[in-house]
Design a protein around this ligand. Structure first.
Ligand code: SF4
Length: 460
């Protein structure tokens, strides 16, 4: 899997790529406004980072406390080491009760575990009830963003998908009309469902409860009608105390969409009367990240998507180019932890501008971690041949100052004389979309030395 060709395919449709870039930048600008409206924003970020660092440092204890408290409230807690175990647990819960129709509220963990295709292979209908998720599900695609799963679709695309699958009028693009059609369609699915599955935004060790944040109320409806509620939760979703929630709920919605609060923050503490609540705690590589000094802080992520909205690479290459359930800067850190060989190209895609670290509400040093991944992947011998050879050549020159100065002098003299085809050709991927700037007459070192000479003459 290589990010570059997939990004190139996305960028090939220039108007769509521009629209995608501008749409996400609009969300990023809303986030800035919302953040600036909270005077203690930086204190909140610091507080959230410390709570998360503390929780992660005692994760095993807090998980046991959570299990104890959740069980005391009547929930059944299951442990899954990996995606396969998670899927088997969910399937068993459904099959034992003869469930054939499941409604899901948005859960990136189930995307990570590829739960939908797994259940469908076993004859269970799975309906994603978040509007954006339902759009991509009907289109046969995966979400391209963790908060805005159908952000790559224009309203014309949605009109076409709904026309094909829900029988709406051909060519309809009115958002009110399309949303109403989706509402009617989903209502039917909610009523027919025999079980509901939600993700977990925050789980509270102290109480054994958890919170699910949605803007459409679909999680509430999905688990209120059927008697079986399954909650799929990554083990890093914990906070120690109920009073910690306020910090994260204030940060999450503002960072994600610029809203002061998510429309529904639904709290679940035990099953509803006459119902069943099963919580599946999933590791799936998180323990390995926990064991790593370099990348442990990536477990602090609260999946707000702000790093994606601000990332110049994500905005211009689209979420599908990352080929992972969590794309963008945080996805480029998490994915190589699971499979370095498969996702080696993601940290290379980063421009290292640092904007992701600036907006992250839990202060993850994303761009530093991406840089660390580059070093790590180079050590693992996972760089492409051309990059490896290029690096070796540069390293040879950089370690010899005289050679470095000579190479600079030759480049400044020779490059402007070369015919265009010798500079802009298939070997120069950088030059495909860029022009070299004019070469200066003197090197930086020469200009610096000259300036110092002039300054000392002026001062003497
Ligand atoms: S890394 Fe930070 S900015 Fe990115 S999704 Fe996670 S919490 Fe949000």
């Amino acid at each position: 899997m290589n990010h570059a060709p997939l990004a190139a395919a996305f960028v090939a449709d220039a108007p769509r790529a521009k629209w995608h870039d501008e749409t996400l930048w609009f969300v990023r600008a809303k986030r800035d406004k919302a953040a600036q409206s909270v005077p203690e924003w930086e204190e909140l970020r610091e507080c959230a980072a410390q709570i998360k660092a503390h929780t992660v440092s005692r994760l095993a204890d807090y998980l046991e406390q959570f299990e104890r408290e959740a069980t005391r409230r009547g929930a059944v807690v299951h442990w899954a080491r990996n995606a396969a175990e998670h899927n088997e647990i969910v399937l068993k819960l459904l099959s034992d009760r003869g469930v054939k129709r499941l409604v899901k509220s948005k859960s990136m963990l189930t995307e990570e575990c590829h739960l939908n295709p797994f259940l469908e292979r076993h004859g269970i209908e799975v309906v994603d009830t978040d509007l954006g998720e339902r759009i991509v599900q009907l289109a046969g695609e995966s979400p391209s963003h963790i908060v805005l799963p159908a952000i790559h679709k224009k309203k014309e695309d949605v009109g076409q998908i709904f026309h094909e699958h829900l029988g709406t009028t051909a060519g309809a693009t009115d958002p009110n009309y399309l949303t109403e059609a989706a509402r009617q369609h989903l209502r039917e699915k909610f009523v027919q469902a025999e079980a509901g599955l939600t993700g977990v935004n925050f789980a509270i060790a102290e109480t054994g409860g958890f919170v699910v944040c949605t803007n459409e109320g679909n999680a509430d409806l999905g688990v209120s009608l059927p008697t079986l509620h399954i909650a799929s939760m990554g083990i890093e979703k914990l906070v120690p105390r109920a009073q910690d929630l306020g910090v994260f709920l204030r940060l999450l919605a503002r960072s994600a969409t610029g809203q002061p609060i998510t429309t529904y923050s639904s709290h679940f503490h035990g099953p509803r009367p006459g119902g069943e609540l099963h919580i599946v705690l999933v590791d799936n590589g998180r323990s390995d990240i926990l064991a790593s000094d370099e990348f442990r802080r990536s477990l602090n992520c609260i999946r707000c998507g702000a790093c994606m909205n601000t990332c110049p690479v994500y905005r211009r290459s689209g979420g599908h180019s990352y080929q992972t359930s969590v794309p963008g800067p945080i996805g480029s850190i998490l994915a190589p932890s699971r499979n370095p060989k498969m996702f080696y190209s993601l940290p290379q895609a980063c421009s290292l501008c640092g904007s992701c670290s600036d907006v992250c509400p839990v202060k993850i040093d994303l761009h530093h971690q991406l840089l660390t991944w580059r070093r790590e992947l180079a050590h693992q011998g996972l760089l492409s041949r051309s990059k490896r050879l290029g690096m070796q050549a540069m390293s040879f020159v950089f370690r010899r100052p005289a050679l470095y100065r000579l190479a600079g002098r030759v480049a400044r003299w020779l490059t402007p004389l070369l015919p265009r085809f010798m500079i802009y050709n298939g070997l120069n991927a950088w030059g495909k979309q860029r022009e070299l700037p004019d070469f200066p007459a003197k090197s930086f070192g020469e200009q610096y030395a000259e300036r110092r000479r002039h300054e000392s003459q002026r001062n003497s």
